[in-house]
Design a protein around this ligand. Structure first.
Ligand SMILES: [Fe+2]
Length: 329
């Protein structure tokens, strides 16, 4: 453990030495206090959410072109992961897609292996195009086929491999920005670099198969209020900071607009359509991703039968009693 020098040692306050407001401000400042009654450029409280992240859209066609070029230029054994992170265009963003979540597109070539590692942050993947690709989660080989959702909860070892004969692409979603905010980050590379496969998962709580999701969606009732299409929750109790849902929008559906305090990332698993997020309008098709920062009105219109994967921090907001929902007419 190392200790960091404190920039300035706070000075003790002596009440009898403070005779004017000016000397009070100087004295309390020297003891690392800020008077709560002084007006600030940025207030501490405000009447309603002021999201600093922006609605944004990323094209899978663009991502694929970038990753395919990366396939020629980047060795995954050295780079660890060949991915393109969806950075929010807001000036405040460094790498984040939203305040608590980050998304990326990743690609692996046939025969490649991405080294195993583990981190505090929770992660999941939605497979866009994959046949023969897999993750190794805590020694268990978990297939990653097109349309599947695969979880790697925080601190599980995970690496990737590919037995197929065409490149595999997927969407990654992680809560790394939340880990940064709260500061409990731990990260470790696997001591053997590539974790050995100890067993092959037939069924796993870490894998939602495309067919099973489709069956559940077939049985799901449509939202009587019409804010959503039929949708199912993908249960991930070991990843409580992230909510995972799959939503089906039948061609021609136009949902009612709503807004919530949660940040949501929408990934297009199937179909095409158009969504409004705040004052922006995004036309999307299979593989695309768009983000709705909290308190932006969201509405969808499907121009063909569509399926959206929705990753959000709603559970976190609900846990904190910060969650609010309202219709935007
Ligand atoms: Fe990872």
């Amino acid at each position: 453990m190392s200790f960091v020098a404190i920039p300035s040692t706070p000075r003790s306050l002596t009440e009898s030495n403070i005779s004017t407001l000016e000397s009070l401000y100087e004295a309390v400042d020297g003891a690392n206090f800020t008077p709560g009654w002084i007006p600030r450029n940025k207030p501490v409280l405000w009447p309603e959410p002021r999201p600093q992240f922006l609605p944004a859209h990323w094209s899978y066609t663009d991502a694929k072109a970038g990753l395919d070029a990366g396939g020629r230029l980047i060795d995954v054994a050295l780079a660890e992961r060949r991915n393109l992170i969806m950075r929010n265009p807001a000036p405040i963003a460094g790498f984040e897609t939203s305040r608590t979540l980050v998304a990326a597109y990743q690609m692996i070539l046939p025969g490649e292996h991405a080294p195993s590692h583990r981190h505090s942050s929770h992660a999941l993947r939605v497979i866009i195009d994959g046949k023969g690709s897999y993750s190794i989660v805590d020694g268990e080989k978990t297939p990653m086929e097109t349309g599947d959702v695969v979880l790697t909860p925080g601190w599980c070892w995970h690496g990737h491999g590919h037995d197929g004969d065409r490149p595999a692409y997927w969407f990654d979603g992680l809560d790394v920005p939340l880990t940064h905010l709260l500061e409990p980050m731990f990260f470790e590379e696997h001591p053997q670099k590539y974790q050995q496969i100890e067993r092959v998962a037939q069924t796993s709580p870490y894998r939602f198969r495309r067919e099973d999701i489709a069956r559940r969606l077939d049985a799901a009732a449509p939202d009587p209020e019409r804010f959503h299409g039929a949708r199912v929750t993908l249960e991930a109790p070991m990843m409580p900071s992230m909510g995972l849902e799959m939503e089906r929008l039948v061609s021609g559906t136009r949902t009612r607009r709503y807004r919530t305090t949660a940040n949501s990332i929408f990934h297009v698993v199937e179909g095409s359509g158009e969504s409004t997020v705040g004052s922006q309008r995004f036309a999307w098709s299979r593989g695309d991703t768009f983000v709705a920062p909290g308190w932006h009105a969201v509405g969808h219109q499907a121009t063909s039968d569509a399926q959206l994967f929705v990753l959000s921090d709603e559970r976190l907001l609900r846990f904190s009693h910060y969650y609010r929902f309202e219709a935007v007419e």
